[in-house]
Ligand binder design. Structure first.
Ligand SMILES: NC(=O)c1ccc[n+]([C@@H]2O[C@H](COP(=O)([O-])OP(=O)(O)OC[C@H]3O[C@@H](n4cnc5c(N)ncnc54)[C@H](OP(=O)(O)O)[C@@H]3O)[C@@H](O)[C@H]2O)c1
Length: 431
């Protein structure tokens, strides 16, 4: 890695997720680590420094405005790694990706805007491959744990049976205190992203699980054979009714299918090229009895089906519905910088139940357990650890990262060599 002024910059540090990420980095940056916190207001960034009191090295402060390409280029050129947490990304993101691809800077973000990721692949993948930058989008709760878990379970099947996975299924379950207020579930930044999409962002990828698969033939095969199905269904493994995953069931699948398509070109791929990826949300945490769980699953299924159909139709009534939904979110929503309470951040968590199956019917299962609110605490710990890994300062026991570059997925960027980092982020895998 070329010598640059900084090992890592955390940009958007003043945001709700940025502050949580800063707390985790402060606990784990090694002595001598050259790091900085970035944003557009020196005053606001200085006010964050007490959060770093106990860090082995103190961060510098760097400034840029997301909409000013020159200031972003200068900032990104000065670091080996940037964690970019200023969203919505469709509005603020491209200058960072372009600069990272140009300067060979490794990059992480938390977008869930798949259309935007697609446009970043189209515009900057080749340049990032050439400069050996790992540009890793969607690296929070969406979709890092799901993507790594899909690879983990497929590899387990391959190691134990020598057979490739033709199906990978993940069941997510939330744990911890129930959430009654919108801000216990979503932050102001996430709300701004949802509203941006309702205001006419590119939503064409919401019905396309293969939106990020570059091989056109394979992408069409995935669309034909494994289209989205948001219907409620019973899962015997989990003993639970499953709903579509929340907050959005159309974010993880395109990432996991991009991973599958990347690995499929290798002789040692644990995935068959036509591997199906299925995920669902256990409704056991939402209602005590099976009938209530089924009702929740059916309701969420209908909600997502209606939403995706309405967006695809985009008629006059659908547009009016979107404006009404946006007004509703304006009314209930948390503002920028706001999010779940300390209690929800600390006491919430989630589990992932994984199963991979081969063409002969051989099958293996495993579990993962994560502590911390999925969207803002677990996400913050995961993206912080991912940043330290890219900066060569990962937790003890992590092995060398795969040599894959470009606009790539978390599983492509990190492979399975980084379990100690995820453990330090309180995401643990077990049999
Ligand atoms: N995929 C996932 O699992 C996941 C999880 C969590 C969050 N997210 C996403 O992460 C993003 C951030 O969420 P959040 O709740 O932390 O948001 P937030 O609290 O609203 O923070 C937004 C950040 O962006 C900065 N910013 C806004 N406009 C800027 C500009 N023109 N130049 C420089 N900085 C600018 C803000 O700086 P100021 O303080 O100066 O305003 C602030 O630091 C959202 O897009 C959200 O959807 C995704």
């Amino acid at each position: 890695m070329a010598t640059k002024k900084f090992d890592l910059i955390l940009f958007g540090a003043t945001g709700f997720t940025g502050q949580q990420t800063l707390k985790h980095l402060s606990k784990h940056v090694p002595a001598g680590f050259k790091w900085a916190i970035g944003g557009r207001s020196a005053e606001k960034l200085e006010a964050l420094l007490p959060l770093c009191e106990n860090a082995l090295t103190q961060p510098s402060i760097v400034l840029a405005d997301s909409s000013d390409a020159k200031s972003v280029d200068k900032l990104v050129a000065s670091t080996n790694v940037i964690i970019q947490l200023a969203g919505p990304y469709a509005a603020y993101g491209e200058n960072f990706v372009a600069a990272a691809a140009k300067h060979g800077t490794h990059y992480l973000d938390l977008t869930g805007e798949i259309s935007w990721v697609k446009s970043m692949i189209d515009a900057h993948h080749e340049a990032a491959v050439a400069s050996k930058a790992k540009i890793v989008s969607v690296a929070g709760f969406e979709a890092l744990p799901f993507d790594i878990a899909a690879l983990y379970i497929a590899q387990k099947l391959f190691d134990e049976t020598g057979e490739r996975a033709v199906k990978v299924e993940l069941v997510n379950r939330f744990t911890g205190p129930p959430a009654f207020k919108p801000r216990d579930i979503l932050s102001g930044g996430t709300m701004a992203t949802i509203k941006g999409m309702l205001e006419g962002g590119d939503t064409s990828t919401m019905s396309d699980p293969a939106a990020l698969v570059s091989d056109a033939k394979l992408a069409q095969q995935i669309r034909d054979e494994h289209p989205y199905d948001f219907s409620a269904r019973y899962n015997a493994d989990a003993g639970a009714w499953l709903a579509p995953t929340v907050p959005a069931p159309f974010v993880n699948p395109p990432i996991v299918y991009r991973t599958i398509s990347t690995f499929a070109t290798s002789k040692t791929s644990p995935f068959a090229s036509n591997c199906e990826y299925v995920e669902g949300l256990s409704t056991k945490s939402f209602a005590p009895f099976a009938i209530g769980q089924r009702i929740v699953a059916e309701m969420l299924g209908v909600t997502f089906k209606t939403m995706v159909a309405s967006i695809a139709r985009n008629g006059r009534l659908d547009q009016i519905g979107r404006v009404a939904a946006k007004r509703f979110f304006d009314w209930i929503g948390p503002a920028s910088g706001e999010g779940p309470s300390e209690k929800h951040l600390e006491q919430s968590g989630y589990t992932l139940r994984m199963r991979a199956t081969s063409a002969s019917g051989a099958s293996v299962s495993a579990r993962a357990k994560a502590n911390g609110h999925p969207g803002y605490k677990s996400t913050a710990m995961l993206v912080a650890e991912a940043g330290l890994l890219l900066a060569g300062a990962g937790a003890d026991g992590c092995k060398a990262l795969p040599r894959r570059y470009g606009v790539i997925t978390p599983a492509s960027a990190f492979g399975l060599a980084c379990e100690p980092a995820w453990t330090r982020a309180e995401l643990t895998f077990s049999e």
